[in-house]
Design a protein around this ligand. Structure first.
Ligand code: SF4
Ligand code: SF4
Length: 426
């Protein structure tokens, strides 16, 4: 773990705003881990807000829904923040606003029905991983500890913090649904100690017992990076270590991000699929940072065209996500995806050239997965992709601690991404 400059102010204190009337939406069918969704619409089709426009396509996959009513104008390759390109749907919005109608008899729904609702709502992990939630809700092993992840350890991002401050009751209602499905012995709500207002809200909700959950406790963890990584968080709050190449259920744990809990609540209580989310916008190139509710598929360009966001100065770097794990973008023609928690617009950055490895081992000392990061850059530079698995490259969570700490400024995570893409598939 490392301590990085947090840059959480003023975002954590900015009340959320809404921009729910985009003109056009760009919806990649790959917004999640697993197989791209299967198209259900074609050019010229009229759709209503919330209609499923692409279905799950295999065991690990997620459905996609129309975030607004309108007409499908194109099915084409569109820019994707991390995949570079993906097939997708272009929707011209007409905005016949749909009213949320509460679902009746929620208590009578069976586990199978609840999981089907989550599946048919296209929910994925919203902390960035974008793993389909309906798959995660059927763990192959017994779960003793359900961990709710409110850490949000990436610098600059504050959308989870705002969600906890503004929607804590709804988050707990989502947690209650997860509890019914996996029946854990205990629920740990984990938050970093740099979110006092969110902590107050959680404490109040737990102590007044209005949430109807008895086996939940708050764990305030140190603000460090990457505290919100699943394996790091499990160790911090349960002292259990997920084995190399293992998953949280191997140690009886499941971890859900707070925004995912909120999405589950909306799906079950209001039949609302995942069509919008809270997103943080930050960085010194902006006139004002913001936390904004946005329809999935809205482009950054439309947010600037409509003056929701404004540049003070031209940014040198635009990043989808935070500075540690984010992806640098080439412009504003990128859509907001289900797993996108924020964007950074930085004016004051200087390019530093990498030099030779000093063999100082700082990258090894800070690696959150106990790996040997210096080996990855060496092997990739020498095109020795076959040897990467000898150093368990797949265990790397691409947290960026190694590159951040490297005095030679070696972009180790870049080499790791290249290595993962080029190594022989097993
Ligand atoms: S090797 Fe991977 S897990 Fe280890 S510090 Fe670097 S990016 Fe993080
Ligand atoms: S931190 Fe950088 S310079 Fe030091 S051993 Fe790792 S890769 Fe080499």
């Amino acid at each position: 773990m490392i301590h990085v400059e947090e840059h959480k102010d003023p975002q954590q204190n900015l009340k959320s705003e809404s921009f729910l009337l985009p003109k056009k939406l760009y919806l990649p069918i790959s917004q999640h881990v697993g197989a791209p969704s299967k198209l259900l619409v074609k050019k010229g089709d009229e759709v209503n807000e919330g209609d499923m426009i692409a279905d799950v396509n295999g065991f690990v996959s997620a459905a996609l829904h129309a975030p607004a009513s309108g007409k499908i104008t194109e099915i084409k390759t569109i820019s994707h923040p991390s995949l570079k390109q993906s097939q997708g749907i272009v929707l011209n919005c007409q905005h016949q606003q749909k009213q949320d109608s509460p679902r009746k008899n929620i208590e009578e729904l069976t586990s199978e029905q609840l999981i089907e609702i989550v599946k048919n709502s296209g929910i994925v992990g919203m902390g960035g991983a974008a793993f389909p939630t309906h798959v995660k809700l059927k763990p192959p092993k017994e779960i003793s500890t359900l961990i709710i992840n409110g850490c949000e350890c990436e610098p600059y991002l504050a959308c989870d913090c705002r969600l906890m401050i503004e929607k804590i009751k709804e988050i707990f209602a989502g947690i209650d649904i997860i509890r019914k499905l996996i029946n854990p012995k205990e629920i740990i709500f984990a938050v970093e100690n740099n979110k006092p207002e969110a902590i107050k809200k959680i404490n109040l909700a737990i102590s007044t017992k209005k949430i109807g959950l008895s086996n939940v406790r708050l764990a305030i963890v140190e603000s460090a990076y990457p505290q919100g990584g699943e394996k790091q968080l499990i160790k911090a709050v349960t002292a259990k270590e997920v084995p190399p190449a293992g998953l949280p259920f191997d140690v009886g744990c499941l971890v859900f991000n707070v925004a995912t809990c909120f999405a589950i609540y909306e799906a079950v209580h209001f039949s609302k699929p995942l069509i919008e989310r809270l997103v943080s916008f930050a960085g010194d190139a902006l006139v004002k940072p913001k936390n904004v509710w946005i329809k999935i598929g809205t482009t950054l360009k439309e947010l600037f065209d409509s003056k929701v966001l404004e540049f003070k100065v031209s940014p040198k770097v635009i990043v989808s996500g935070g500075p540690m794990m984010g992806v640098a973008l080439t412009g504003l023609n990128f859509p907001i995806l289900k797993g996108t928690g924020g964007f950074l617009f930085l004016a004051n950055t200087s390019k530093v050239d990498e030099s030779v490895c000093l063999k100082c081992a700082r990258c090894v000392d800070v690696c959150s997965m106990n790996l040997l990061p210096l080996e990855y850059s060496k092997l990739v530079k020498n095109n020795e992709f076959d040897s990467l698995d000898d150093f368990n490259i797949n265990d790397c969570i691409e947290c960026g601690c190694c590159a951040y700490s490297c005095p030679a400024k070696i972009p180790i995570v870049h080499y790791i991404k290249v290595g993962k893409a080029c190594k022989p598939k097993k």
